[in-house]
Design a protein around this ligand. Structure first.
Ligand SMILES: [Zn+2]
Length: 603
């Protein structure tokens, strides 16, 4: 439809990095995505391949989306696959693996492949299509010719009737409506596409034009967002001294309770809560998410663990470094919000102490190391079960702690002159810019050691590859702080079972390692009926309140129903070991401590 193409045309020109028509002509692969039934959640994909000289042509759909380390089997959403030659004759094909289609191409020069993709999973890494818009997560939309991910391609989006916007980090092709160029499949797969009637606005920061595409409405204040997001961009760019993009796109999905984000080379997809922009905490969380995904355009999109690129789209890509890729980014997101002046130093320290408490209260932090958590992301982080809290730790949470410890160690070792920023910049400069490859575990460590002028052997042994509880008193003392525990004086019994109230019943959802519930055999899915004969009201916290009223060391009878059978368990209660940390200043910090503090918190 012609008229809808003209609306965005001036923006296409603004964003243009001059692409001659020759780039288009060289491209042997062209995709067209249209929407005949968006209300039923389908995208119609046509893939045109020219210059084929193969007898048999294999095309594949990736099984995962980089940045989200889980095999998601995107081929499960594909249907109505067909292939034809230039004359429209059907070509035979066979499915040979879960994500491979083998076409009898008979050396025909032009092959046209058609298929439909169903998209009804709302997340930042999966496609979603309905009558109001289409979010195309490219690894689940576009197939690639086997063994040819280096090939360039063009993509034309045909918006559904009434849709007038396409937002993507892909380079537009001059003179062709809603048509984009990807220099290879890595670029295509790193460029999500939002199609619909999104509200688009722009700002310039760090010399880069930024486009914000808001889907789903909301109570956001555009002028405020432009100013605040620009500050985050400037602070983030300052770490590396340069911004590698010419333009950058924020695709924001506003839902009733949206969240999460996924990083890409020159764009990101963010989930947000539609009416949360007026709530100070939710807004702070949004800015933190912006900072997180923006920092990723260096950390993981460019300075990468060596295992993450070039990607293998067919299977898991294992790395022990997600505690850097994600954990360090999680440390920096709140730090950038602090550096930009949106949070006070005290508020920032509160956020840090919450993270410290979270890790300390998770028994799995003493079982799984940060490097193990990274390696096993594919089977654990994205596939949690009722026992995950006991057996694993998030590389986000633990990685952020390691980043804080390393930052403080570097600041201390250099008298407040150098910190983690310097390590990140040096790794970016050395491995991404100079050598054009990812870094290894040893290389990242060596860079930290070079800048600190000291060994990190023990640090890695304890905190990266080991499960030692961090010595917060020592590290925080470098900046003249210490920790206190708000729960230190709390002498309360606990059971160690989390519960949910469902259909008027109190059901156990998890059992904490080494807790009374663990030791005396309360199981997940047990229905708790009464304690010492006292029937429980099916309300949240009722069980916790009752248990906390019993003396530490006392034995209580817990009546449960398990698989329809009544049981009585004798449970000896113990003291609730949960901690609630607070970072507090030491009395009379020294000049040395204050120098570290000043640089760390940008005072
Ligand atoms: Zn991240």
């Amino acid at each position: 439809m012609k008229q809808i193409f003209t609306i965005r045309y001036h923006l296409l020109i603004l964003f243009m990095t001059v692409l001659t028509s020759s780039a288009f002509a060289q491209s042997a692969i062209h995709f067209e995505v249209s929407f005949t039934e968006p209300q039923a959640h389908y995208a119609d994909v046509q893939m045109q391949i020219s210059g084929n000289n193969q007898e048999v042509l294999e095309v594949k759909m990736p099984v995962w989306a980089p940045g989200s380390y889980l095999v998601r089997e995107f081929a499960k959403n594909v249907e109505a696959f067909s292939a034809t030659d230039a004359k429209g004759n059907q070509l035979g094909f066979q499915k040979t693996t879960k994500n491979t289609w083998r076409i009898q191409a008979a050396k025909k020069d032009k092959i046209t492949i058609n298929y439909r993709v169903y998209g009804f999973e709302i997340s930042v890494r999966t496609s979603f299509i309905d009558a109001s818009h289409a979010f195309l997560s490219p690894t689940g939309i576009f197939m690639y010719p086997a063994g040819q991910v280096q090939k360039s391609s063009t993509v034309t989006i045909k918006p559904f009737q009434g849709w007038n916007q396409v937002s993507t980090g892909l380079e537009p092709v001059m003179g062709k409506a809603f048509t984009y160029f990807a220099s290879n499949f890595d670029v295509l797969y790193d460029s999500p596409i939002e199609v619909g009637t999104q509200d688009v606005f722009e700002f310039t920061a760090a010399g880069v034009r930024h486009e914000v595409a808001m889907y789903g409405g909301g109570n956001y204040d555009k002028e405020r967002l432009k100013a605040d997001m620009a500050k985050i961009v400037e602070e983030t760019t300052a770490v590396f001294g340069e911004n590698p993009n010419k333009h950058y796109v924020f695709i924001v999905h506003n839902y009733a309770n949206g969240g999460g984000g996924l990083e890409h080379l020159n764009s990101t997809v963010l989930g947000a809560s539609r009416n949360g922009y007026s709530n100070p905490n939710t807004y702070e969380g949004f800015l933190s998410l912006v900072a997180h995904e923006y920092f990723h355009l260096w950390n993981v999109k460019r300075m990468r663990p060596i295992a993450l690129g070039p990607f293998n789209y067919d299977e898991e890509n294992y790395t022990t470094n997600l505690w850097i890729a994600e954990g360090y980014t999680a440390y920096y997101d709140n730090l950038f919000v602090r550096r930009s002046g949106f949070t006070s130093p005290d508020r920032y320290l509160d956020i840090l102490s919450s993270g410290m408490s979270l890790v300390a209260n998770q028994p799995g932090s003493l079982v799984q190391s940060a490097s193990e958590a990274s390696f096993d992301a594919w089977i654990k982080q994205y596939r949690p079960n009722e026992n995950s809290r006991n057996s694993s730790i998030s590389y986000y949470d633990k990685g952020a702690i390691i980043a804080m410890l390393m930052d403080l160690e570097l600041l201390k070792a250099t008298g407040g002159k150098k910190g983690l920023d310097d390590v990140m910049k040096a790794v970016y400069d050395e491995y991404y810019k100079k050598l054009g490859r990812g870094y290894t575990d040893a290389e990242f460590k060596a860079m930290a050691e070079k800048i600190a002028g000291k060994s990190f052997d023990q640090f890695y042994k304890d905190y990266v590859d080991g499960v030692k509880a961090p010595d917060y008193t020592q590290y925080l003392s470098y900046a003249g702080y210490t920790i206190s525990d708000d729960f230190a004086q709390r002498n309360e019994s606990y059971l160690g079972a989390t519960t949910v109230v469902r259909d008027g019943r109190i059901l156990v959802t998890s059992v904490l390692r080494d807790s009374p519930a663990w030791k005396f055999g309360i199981n997940v899915n047990d229905e708790i009926k009464s304690v010492d004969g006292q029937k429980l009201d099916p309300t949240p916290r009722e069980l916790d309140r009752l248990i906390a009223s019993k003396p530490i060391g006392s034995t209580v009878q817990v009546d449960i129903i398990r698989d329809g059978l009544a049981k009585n368990l004798q449970v000896t209660l113990s003291r609730n070991p949960a901690v609630k940390y607070r970072i507090v200043s030491v009395e009379n910090p020294s000049a040395e401590q204050l120098a570290v503090r000043k640089k760390w918190l940008k005072l």
